[in-house]
Each structure stands twice: as C-alpha cells, then as structure tokens.
Design a protein around this ligand. Structure first.
Ligand SMILES: Nc1ncnc2c1ncn2[C@@H]1O[C@H](COP(=O)(O)OP(=O)(O)O)[C@@H](O)[C@H]1O
Ligand SMILES: [Mg+2]
Length: 211
C-alpha cells in the first residue's frame, strides 16, 4: 500500500541533516516580503515581451479585516478552510506574535483536527491528515536556505494537499505564485488585523469571498 503523505514526510524528516542555526536576521535580503519588487507571485520576473504580464501589487485583489480576538481569527480561518483544496498555499506573513500560529491552529480545527496543534518552530513542519485532506503546517523561520525546503518536503506537501506556511519569505522563489498571502499585524495599541492578497487562482477566489 502507498504510504500516506504524512508517513512519507515523517520518513523524510527522520535523521534529516538539515542545518538549523540561523536565528538572527529574518529580514535578510534574500528573503522577500509579499509583493516586494523583483518578484511576481514568488517567481523571478522575466522581462520578455512574449511573457504574460506578471501580477503587480496594484492590480491584486486585497481584503483587510480587524482580528480583535481569537474568535475573529477563527472566523477567518473557518471561511478559508471551507473553500480550501489540495494544492492551496496560505502564506502567513507577520512578525513574531502577530497571530500566524493561532490562524493555522484555527484553520486545522476547522478542518476537523482535534489533536494538539503545536507551533512547528522547531519541527519546521507538522503534517496532519484532516477531513479536507492532508494539511502541512510549516514554520520556515529556522530554514537556512531555500534548498533546505527539499529536506522538509515543501514541494511534496504542495502536491499532496494544503500548505500553511509561517515565515514564507524564507522559501524565496520556491514560494508558489498561486497562493493567498495573509499579512498579520499587531499594532502598538494591541490592535490586530489581517490583510489578504490573492495571487494566481486566489485573485478570483478572494474577490468572491465574503469575509
Ligand atoms: N486575534 C487574536 N486576538 C487575540 N490574541 C491573539 C490573536 N491572535 C493571536 N493572539 C495571541 O497572540 C500570541 C501570539 O500568537 P501566535 O499566533 O503564536 O503568533 P505568531 O505565530 O505570529 O508568532 C498568542 O498568545 C496568541 O494567543
Ligand atoms: Mg508562530
């Protein structure tokens, strides 16, 4: 019988020689914030007239919402989980403490996960078999380089199911261009919010969502 994606990912992680030392500067220039100049949907720009025009920030659909409490985060996660399908990538941007893990936890709960949902800060990836298929929850903060993504099964997780990724900028140009960016913010007065940007198939899907 074929091993499930969860088993295969666990196998890959066994004895992984992944070098995990970089705890210093998450703003390292090789890591890019959503929509930063030089990338379009996570892929390098190709300035060739024959290529389709890449997404630019100004024509991407965006939605903003306040997340004053955990119930707000849970409501957003539930609506997105209802429409999510295999291959979807939810890129969870934001500083430490902004609310990325709480969103992932709420998304997994909405998908029927009842087990504990720890932050994958040290494990890097935590796979789940859920009512809506496999979901892999990544935290790439400790990833050394985009090449290390192979060792944690990043592309495989995208092929197999839904991916929730914290510190997505650490994936560099391996981050899929077809994704929903969710930028979490925590203001000085403790006000929390999320800004959603749809890329690829998510341009139309986000526009059609009633959040
Ligand atoms: N919408 C929210 N309302 C209130 N508290 C929140 C909200 N989102 C997150 N928190 C709290 O903020 C803290 C950090 O959240 P967490 O999701 O772990 O942040 P991150 O993963 O971005 O570092 C946790 O104590 C969490 O419960
Ligand atoms: Mg986190």
């Amino acid at each position: 019988m074929m091993a499930t994606s969860v088993e295969r990912m666990s196998d890959m992680l066994q004895g992984s020689p992944l070098k995990l030392g970089r705890q210093d500067d998450p703003q390292c220039p090789r890591f890019q914030a959503p929509g930063q100049a030089g990338i379009a949907g996570g892929r390098p720009l190709r300035l060739n007239g024959a290529m389709p025009r890449p997404d630019t920030e100004s024509d991407l659909p965006q939605k903003h919402l306040a997340l004053p409490d955990l119930a707000g985060t849970a409501g957003l996660a539930r609506k997105l989980a209802e429409t999510a399908r295999a291959g979807d990538c939810f890129a969870l941007w934001g500083d430490l403490g902004a609310g990325k893990t709480e969103f992932a936890r709420a998304f997994l709960r909405a998908a029927g996960v009842t087990e504990d949902v720890p932050s994958p800060t040290f494990a890097i990836v935590q796979p789940y078999d859920t009512g809506i298929g496999p979901i892999a929850h990544f935290d790439l903060y400790r990833i050394e380089s985009a090449a290390d993504l192979d060792e944690v099964g990043f592309d495989m997780a995208l092929d197999d199911g839904i991916v929730l990724v914290e510190w997505p900028g650490h994936a560099g140009d391996r981050l899929p261009g077809d994704r929903l960016d969710i930028q979490f913010t925590l203001g000085p007065a403790g006000d929390r919010a999320a800004a959603l940007t749809g890329r690829g198939s998510w341009r139309a899907r986000l526009a059609g969502l009633n959040l």
